[in-house]
Design a protein around this ligand. Structure first.
Ligand code: SF4
Length: 649
């Protein structure tokens, strides 16, 4: 019979229950059953439980009434439910992971799923028997997967690539080669034929019952028999689970090889019977020292132990096996990738983002406008593209539409060689002067905090939209909010940038954990409130913490940050993570700072707690139509004609 092998204890029990006499429980050399439902060609094909094994390759292709799938509109549940038994603590380095754009759920997660599948096939010694692979995408993955680069992510994952280490610059050419040459190198070495039209199936009107972001991979052998199949669910933020692991470790860490993951990150069994406002009881062995299940219990921990939120998260990281040096290095690495992302975004020499919207990049122009006058002696016409890890050149070109001309030496005899002078153009006033209400002459003003925050966020999201290197924070679509706010602190507020980076990221991580446990960070489950809304809340908390706020004030900042994003829908035009996503991040960053400032400026005036807001978000997500959950079926995705008019800012 079919053996549904699993890594965790729960699944092992399931295997035994289903197959008490089965000799076919497949286990790896390490003794773990692999994270895959493996089928052997020696399995009796008529066995009633082994229904997937009955399918031939052709049957799989023709399958239009999938028994494991339901119509998309029937799935409304958010996976996070009230009665969860595990605590909220995961590693901050699973929440903030380095990946590739444009989407954590539709790009990073699927790439990781592809790699997990191929790794398991190799462990089962099935890889070299594979002749074809079928990939079926369901629900949101099918609806917006093309715009979110899901096909290339899965295929390159099947070729053995990992979102953290893949050379992002090679993705388009590798994908094009697969399509043109019609073959895949499974695991990087086993060549099979692959035809996109034949082998990738799009079930946008159906979802698998576990989650709207479902995908099924099936591997077939020489004679067309199914060798192995598994379903994966990309549940947001790059986390991947499957039907059998949804209560197991993959929900809590990102990785492929379980053997290298510290045990405390794999299992979360800590109490759910914690009274509101009370810290959990003493942690179980192997559990983090400061487990929390809610904002209230996190606050109680900080009060009981006289710690900041960042300190609580830091000590929990130590329990995951990281040393002090490793924690510091990892946090600095995350910040360095975020900072590089901003720098690459503002210095890009490319004019447009990929995709048929033809959207023009704005970050370089916004940055030049902001930096006008900072380095008046520098003359480069445009900022050169800056590679990761390099330093900014400081060369600033004039804002778009404002021309520089060489000075007339007769009038400026002392001007330095090469100095540019901006020539103001006559402003065109629109409106009649023969009217009691006179027209307003056009003018531009600078509101530095807002403008820098917007520029930084847009820079990150333009890099994300073009498939660049990104820190998932907590998702890719919302990846601009946290770097923008942190960059603003580092550049304009902090006396000690490293300390600010550590405090900000660890505090923000705690808030992200609360949302992940109490609601969702997946737009396919909760719309954009789960992405930009959560990022805004996290950034708001991080900003407040860097201002020296008490944990109460930090949590209140987080609450304001989400409260005014509740109900935010996800309706990306043409399935691309561009409109409204890019601007939405800039507004999320501004809103985060505003929320923190409000919290810092007030005390004892709020009646909504963070836990109440998180629960409100969960309920809103449950009630939200599937059309607004990353399916591009309504909202702007329906009303806006393509191609868009190019925004002129
Ligand atoms: S609208 Fe929001 S949730 Fe949807 S893709 Fe864009 S950023 Fe992500």
């Amino acid at each position: 019979m079919l053996v549904a092998a699993r890594l965790g204890r729960a699944q092992t029990r399931l295997c035994l229950a289903l197959a008490p006499k089965s000799p076919l429980v497949l286990r790896t050399a390490r003794g773990h059953p692999p994270n895959i439902r493996a089928l052997s060609s020696t399995v009796p094909r008529a066995h009633p439980i082994n229904k997937l094994a009955l399918k031939t390759q052709e049957e799989e292709e023709e399958n239009s009434s999938d028994p494991d799938a339901i119509p998309a509109h029937e799935l409304s549940a958010v996976s996070a439910h009230e009665a969860r038994s595990e605590h909220a603590v995961i590693s901050a380095f699973d929440l903030f992971s380095i990946g590739v754009g444009p989407s954590s759920s539709h790009t990073v997660g699927p790439m990781r799923a592809g790699k997990i599948f191929i790794t398991d096939l190799a462990e089962l010694n099935l890889l070299e028997k594979v002749k074809t692979v079928k990939i079926t995408l369901y629900g949101s993955l099918a609806a917006t997967g093309k715009g979110h680069h899901t096909p290339q992510a899965i295929l390159l994952g099947l070729e053995g690539s990992d979102p953290e280490t893949i050379d992002t610059g090679t993705i388009p050419s590798r994908y094009a080669a697969i399509l043109d040459n019609k073959y895949l190198m499974l695991g990087g070495w086993h060549r099979i034929s692959y035809d996109m039209d034949r082998d990738m199936l799009w079930r946008w009107d159906q979802v698998l019952k576990t989650h709207p972001n479902g995908m099924r991979f099936s591997a077939f052998g020489e004679d067309g028999d199914l060798l192995a199949t598994n379903e994966y669910f990309s549940v947001g933020g790059g986390f991947v689970v499957n039907e059998k692991t949804k209560v197991d470790e993959n929900l809590f860490y990102k990785g492929v090889d379980k053997s290298v993951v510290h045990g405390a990150r794999l299992h979360q069994t800590h109490s759910s019977d914690v009274a509101p406002g009370e810290p959990p009881a003493e942690p179980e062995p192997g559990q983090p020292p400061y487990p929390f299940v809610s904002g209230d219990s996190l606050l109680a921990l900080t009060q009981k132990h006289n710690m900041t939120i960042a300190q609580v998260v830091y000590d929990n990281e130590l329990s995951f096996g990281y040393t002090h040096e490793e924690i510091h290095q990892k946090l600095m690495r995350i910040w360095s990738v975020m900072d590089d992302c901003i720098r690459i975004g503002v210095s890009s020499a490319e004019e447009k983002l990929p995709g048929r919207l033809g959207l023009r990049r704005r970050a370089p122009m916004l940055y030049r406008r902001l930096m006008r006058g900072f380095y008046p002696g520098l003359t480069a016409p445009i900022l050169p593209a800056i590679g990761a890890g390099s330093m900014p050149s400081g060369s600033i070109s004039p804002p778009e539409g404002e021309e520089y001309t060489q000075p007339d030496k007769a009038f400026f005899p002392d001007s330095a060689e090469g100095r540019n002078i901006s020539v103001a153009r006559a402003a065109r006033v629109v409106g009649s002067f023969m009217h009691p209400v006179l027209p307003m002459p056009p003018r531009k003003t600078m509101i530095p905090a807002m403008d820098f925050l917007s520029c930084y966020a847009i820079a990150v999201n333009e890099v994300n939209a073009s498939g660049g290197r990104i820190v998932t924070s907590p998702t890719n679509g919302a990846a601009g909010v946290i770097p923008a706010v942190l960059k603003y602190i580092v550049e304009f507020v902090s006396d000690d940038p490293e300390k600010s980076v550590v405090t900000f990221l660890l505090t923000a991580a705690a808030i992200g954990m609360l949302f992940k446990r109490g609601s969702t960070i997946s737009a396919a489950e909760g719309g954009c409130q789960a992405e930009v809304g959560v990022a805004c809340s996290m950034a708001s908390a991080g900003f407040a913490a860097c201002m020296g706020a008490t944990p109460e004030t930090v949590l209140q900042a987080a609450e304001i940050g989400i409260e005014h994003n509740l109900g935010l829908t996800c309706d990306p035009i043409d399935g691309l993570v561009q409109v409204p996503c890019i601007e939405r991040n800039s507004l999320g960053a501004v809103k985060a700072v505003t929320a923190a400032q409000l919290s810092l400026a007030s005390s004892n005036v709020y009646s909504v707690t963070l836990d109440e807001a998180i629960e409100a978000m969960r309920l809103t997500a449950v009630d939200m139509s599937v059309k607004y959950k990353e399916t591009s079926l309504s909202g702007l995705a329906r009303t806006v004609k393509i191609p868009l008019t190019v925004p002129a800012c």
